[in-house]
Design a protein around this ligand. Structure first.
Ligand code: ATP
Ligand code: MG
Length: 432
């Protein structure tokens, strides 16, 4: 049947999978999103292998709520499109089916892939990347091309069993993160896997397998070769999930950090503040990229330009722009985000500088001031001498309402036109 992705079983890695039947594992269908179940059943009814794959199986087995459910199948992308009216094929690099539901809900369905053999690769190395991601394979081959053993477990809808091709169940039990295959080879293939390893270990509180750790130490500088836009997304996501500080601290210990963040090294003060931002995110606080940038750079900024009562805000602004420039250039951060990060830094500068200075009334009512105060309060947690000042600011900011953000439609005050003095007036001056 041409609808089934062709694969060569002789390329299957040796060995047999471990199969855990329904009575012997904890995944029940009640824990799976009903729309995901519908897709799995429909694929299965039409003669396809259909499995829950990746992080969702891992999380369900750990008793956690999965962030998303990914589906793996032997149906080709065009077949998936024919089976689901609400399906859209996306991605150049990695052909994927997106099945869309109400409220912008999207469920990803991927055809099983495998790593191509060296003689299959196209002649032009520039085409490798695209090709490598799009060779269809068997479920076993698909499991082996994934990153970590705990991310390669399948839940098969036909039998309700969990299928483990790579020893992931044992690692899950031991709460250990292990790379599938040789860590150095896998990190060279895709250096972002090193960051994913630190993130997963932090989120799940797993230990790193010693081979993984050794591989990471060797390959750390390679992270600089990953696409900045991908790294930028990953780093922002770390902070949204409340593990940014922990992961960057580990990244520093593995020698990854400066290669990851455009030369950023971070000091004790910075890591303390990043940890506080994690606590805030874990407690439900929202985290956006400008706040992440301001948190990363607040301590070095204040160290380079210590706030004094006589310091000028123009100089503080200039210094803030300089401090975040290498980061913003490297990651092509949009102007709006840069500006907000810069303003957060300058607002913190004002807060540390003290109360009762010029421009305070306006500052108190600026829409960004409450967020700057939050950042400052996080900073103060590790700088107790500033606690009294922080309390004064808190009182002042609470008492003044924020300025309504401009809609851009308000009537502008009329500018007075500059008028040339008339000749007569000039003549008058000259000749009183
Ligand atoms: P979560 O969704 O909770 O962040 P996840 O493990 O599901 O965790 P995804 O980014 O959704 O992460 O990826 C889904 C699956 O795709 C992973 O579990 C893994 O099997 C595979 N995967 C993702 N990125 C890579 C990679 N760089 N190399 C190999 N496999 C990967
Ligand atoms: Mg996922």
């Amino acid at each position: 049947m041409t609808d089934i992705a062709p694969f060569d079983p002789s390329l299957d890695p040796p060995g047999e999978p471990r199969i855990v039947t329904r009575e012997n594992h904890s995944i029940s269908r009640g824990l799976i999103d009903p729309d995901v179940l519908k897709i799995l059943y429909r694929l299965s009814r039409h003669g396809h292998r259909a499995c829950l794959v990746g992080g969702s199986v891992r999380d369900l087995l750990l008793g956690r709520t999965p962030k998303d459910f990914d589906i793996g199948t032997d149906a080709t992308p065009s077949r998936i499109k024919r089976l689901f009216r609400n399906c859209f094929l996306i991605g150049k690099r990695f052909r994927l089916a997106h099945i869309r539901f109400r409220d912008n809900k999207v469920i990803e369905v991927a055809t099983f892939r495998r790593a191509p053999t060296p003689d299959e690769l196209p002649d032009d190395p520039g085409d490798h990347f695209h090709f490598v991601e799009n060779v269809f394979g068997s479920p076993r081959q698909d499991a082996f091309r994934r990153d970590f053993t705990i991310n390669a477990l399948f839940y098969d809808i036909a039998t309700f069993s969990v299928i483990d091709h790579v020893g992931g169940l044992e690692d899950l039990q031991a709460r250990r993160l292990r790379v599938i295959g040789d860590p150095q080879t896998r990190f060279r293939e895709d250096p972002v896997r090193m960051l994913r390893a630190l993130e997963l270990a932090a989120r799940l509180d797993f230990t790193l397998d010693p081979d993984l750790a050794a591989g990471m130490r060797c390959c750390a500088p390679l992270i600089a070769e990953a696409s900045p836009s991908r790294l930028r997304d990953e780093v922002t996501e770390l902070f949204r999930r409340g593990v940014g500080g922990k992961v960057l601290l580990q990244a520093r210990d593995f020698g990854l950090l400066p290669h990851l963040l455009a030369g950023y090294c971070g000091d004790g003060d910075s890591f303390a503040l990043l940890g506080r931002l994690d606590e805030r995110a874990a407690a439900g606080g929202s985290v956006d990229e400008s706040l992440v940038i301001a948190t990363l750079y607040l301590a070095p900024y204040l160290a380079a330009f210590p706030p004094r009562r006589e310091s000028h805000i123009v100089d503080a602004l200039h210094q803030a722009a300089e401090t975040i420039l290498p980061h913003c250039r490297h990651f092509s951060i949009a102007q709006g985000i840069r500006q907000q990060a810069r303003e957060l830094l300058v607002a913190c500068f004002r807060l540390v500088r003290g109360v009762g200075l010029r421009g305070e009334a306006r500052f108190l009512r600026h829409p960004l001031t409450p967020l700057a105060l939050e950042l400052f309060l996080l900073y103060v947690m590790d700088h107790p001498p500033l606690a009294e000042l922080a309390a004064r600011w808190q009182g002042l900011i609470c008492r003044s309402g924020p300025v309504a953000e401009s809609s851009g439609k308000e009537k502008r005050p009329r500018r007075r036109r500059y008028r040339r003095p008339s000749r007569a007036a000039g003549a008058e001056k000259k000749d009183p």
